[in-house]
Design a protein around this ligand. Sequence first.
Ligand SMILES: Cc1cc2nc3c(=O)[nH]c(=O)nc-3n(C[C@H](O)[C@H](O)[C@H](O)COP(=O)(O)OP(=O)(O)OC[C@H]3O[C@@H](n4cnc5c(N)ncnc54)[C@H](O)[C@@H]3O)c2cc1C
Length: 578
Amino acid sequence: MHLPSLEPQASVFYRYGIHPYRSSADRDGPARAPVVIVGAGPIGLLTAIGLARFGVGSIVLEDDVQVSHGSRAVVLTRRSLEILQQLGVDRPFRAKGLPWSFGRSFYRGTEIYRMVMPHDEDDRFLPALNIQQQYTEEYLIDACAAEPLIDLRFGQKLVGLSAQEDRVTLRIDTPEGEHALHAGWVVAADGGRSTVRRLLNLRMEGRAYAGNFVIADIRADIDLPTERLCHFDPAWNPGNNVLVHRQPDGVWRIDFRLPDGETAEAALEPALLRQRIDTVLVMIGKTTPWELDWATVYSASALTLPRYVHGRVVLVGDAAHLLPIFGVRGCNTGIQDCHNLAWKLAFVVKGWSSRDLLESYSVECVAAAREVCEEAGKSTRFMTPPTKGFRLLRDAVLSLSLSEDFAEDLLHWRTSRPHEYRASPLNGESDAGLTAGVAIGQAARNVKLGEDDYLFDRLGARPGFCVIVFAGGDGVTPELAALLRVAAEPPFPVVRALIGERLAGVPGELAELTVEDEAGRIARKYGAEPGTVYLLRPDRHVCARWRLADGAGLRAALLHAAASQAVPRAGETLSSPR
Ligand SMILES: Cc1cc2nc3c(=O)[nH]c(=O)nc-3n(C[C@H](O)[C@H](O)[C@H](O)COP(=O)(O)OP(=O)(O)OC[C@H]3O[C@@H](n4cnc5c(N)ncnc54)[C@H](O)[C@@H]3O)c2cc1C
């Protein structure tokens, strides 16, 4: 019998609530849910929200009755915030989180590098936002609770799984004992120690890095801006490094590498931990009283499953990959995964697409995880040099950076860029006449239209493909009107966004959205001229674009990207939608 602790976790800043177990009506019945999601971490909750936007209901099973123990993933990237905005759940994050764009790196106490993360005036969100995972989960649970299509079940632990041709049967343990649940599809979002992964006997590929790190969150009154501080080789921890991040509620994350050979138990021994935190505060010039909230020890891994789709079971987030936290990859990569997965699974459940669409989720997101493993591996090797040679090289870069400007480039902390699905089997054509703008596979780019007014605000949370048609100053010509009618043909949701200089009087049956672009800002960002068309997938990645589109090309690209016809599997030849 599964009996999760009902004792709220202790915290100096966060009040843990208990989400009680409730008996379910289908405990004894043969009910079959279209989708069961295992795990109510950030990724499971976002998957449920993403499915509900397309009218697909889900049951979310969570073995615990409380949110994340500890702050865990504290940095959300701009791309993650754009996804939260598209899902209509970004408001509390913006109200609570601390946005930032700068970092400072020190070597033996001397500042060697000021990191400026890329940001342009068209971006609504700064490159990063600090917020504790407790708040992330709380806000997403609130959003799920407000959505009638989501059935969130706490205190229910998945313990067994058997797959048949047309369903998956799950064995669930609860405070009332075990019962079975049948699902059309199972999404495994059950984290790094995934039960589903173990039950399916799946093995990850990649590597784990040597070296352990302590994360300690303290509450302290420290008047420093929200910047990422990185100290290499401080006198008190020779050869190692220390990261400091500010979080909401006066909480500070202190993250340092342990001397080689030191165990987790030794590192978390209260007197030693207290002494080290005091030393870090001296190092940043802020000696002040503090209280410990949470401390843990972790090591870096760069591991991914080679496939995320196994019959009717789909793995996502930490259940599918374990990524080093340097470069804030873990949760942010998971958010992009589930944004990719949710529309595809919804399209399959709704019968709009063939099951092959899910293969494209696996192909795209495994490739993205492998790229992250490769990139994050570089940061990890810098933070925790695996050999004497790497350490020599790292120390040389750090010493040079005291006097030489060129060494700065070698220090850049590669933060999470949005994934680009350039080799996706869903991609259609890119007109040779369209060289500027947003390339195929890239995420759409935001554009500032006025004070507190951006293109993505206008697109809002409307679900579906998005056909962006640029009318320029010519208004809606008969050719464009014909194109807009073609875009409305598919059986699945498509949003038609018409961009032009003067669009008053355009009939509502031609476009769900019109955006007047008198200054031509959107057209410039997208390299567009009158007649240019972009096709965005429901996760807002560009999958086809034309300098001058024609109806047949647009129709074919839409059907191809939705796998309304067969999508080639990994390794098969990609055919053009035309
Ligand atoms: C100690 C720690 C520190 C971390 N620090 C950072 C950090 O500093 N920065 C960073 O970017 N990332 C960090 N991470 C990683 C980050 O927390 C994850 O990338 C992120 O939480 C992934 O979300 P997820 O939903 O995939 O998995 P999780 O957040 O792990 O959620 C999985 C959920 O599934 C539930 N579950 C598990 N098994 C079952 C089951 N059998 N039945 C039902 N429910 C189940 C769990 O209770 C949990 O709620 C840290 C992780 C840990 C463990």
